[in-house]
Write a protein of this length. Structure first.
Length: 227
């Protein structure tokens, strides 16, 4: 049996893996062991705010005797310093967000290969953040919310033919937009609870169809696990 470990920033991503990704992989005939591993911060908690935390988290996995596939699910949003990812200042000069992310993925791979040469590492950085995926099909994903919330999400989609391009600025990031939308309806957007519920209602097929970078990552993982 092949094994896949996904290095993630925290509990929201872990829920996404358990409730969305693993059932989808199973539906595609994948019987591999798939598990999310959160990045542990030295002061406690989880998150990707220092490359050392990432290195300390992935090192034991690189030494697993079964030589698993290892990938990442990390947000591009706020990946903004050399402390978080050495090579950032070089990558930020690239002319497009996609090229910046590809460059950062290459830098992440270089970090891993410096720890030890490893052929089964697949770096993946989500454009702009995981909440991007929640915009794939508002009619489904926000079907249990009020019309005010659903219509506000639909208005955002009119500005972005590709939902993976939804702005990654401090106020324009998908998560910040959802927080503002829920607040305007006197509600609080809970990332772990609301976000994963929205993703589940949206459906992984809708997410894959609307998110080309995410789709390429998922299809590549399925191909590797089936080979």
């Amino acid at each position: 049996m092949k094994h896949l470990y996904i290095i993630v920033e925290g509990p929201t991503e872990l829920e996404f893996i358990d409730r969305i990704l693993i059932p989808y992989f199973n539906s595609q005939g994948i019987i591999s062991h798939i598990q999310g591993i959160p990045i542990l911060m030295s002061g406690g908690g989880h998150g990707f705010n220092n490359i050392k935390h990432f290195e300390n988290t992935i090192k034991p996995v690189l030494n697993y005797k079964n030589e698993p596939f290892i990938t990442t699910l990390i947000d591009y949003f706020k990946l903004n310093s050399e402390t978080k990812l050495p090579g950032f200042l070089e990558c930020v000069t690239k002319p497009s967000v996609d090229l910046k992310i590809e460059c950062l993925e290459d830098k992440l791979n270089s970090i891993v290969q410096k720890i030890m040469p490893y052929n089964y590492f697949i770096p993946y950085i989500q454009k702009h953040e995981m909440e991007t995926l929640m915009f794939a099909s508002p009619e489904d994903g926000f079907s249990l919310e009020t019309d005010k919330i659903k219509n506000a999400v639909l208005e955002i989609l009119k500005q972005y033919p590709n939902i993976e391009d939804i702005n990654g600025s401090d106020l324009g990031a998908p998560s910040k937009r959802l927080e503002a939308i829920y607040k305007s309806d006197n509600k609080s957007y809970q990332k772990i609870i609301d976000g994963i519920d929205i993703a589940e209602l949206t459906g992984i097929e809708n997410i894959i169809n609307k998110c080309p970078r995410f789709k390429n990552w998922i299809k590549n993982l399925i191909r590797l696990l089936k080979e």
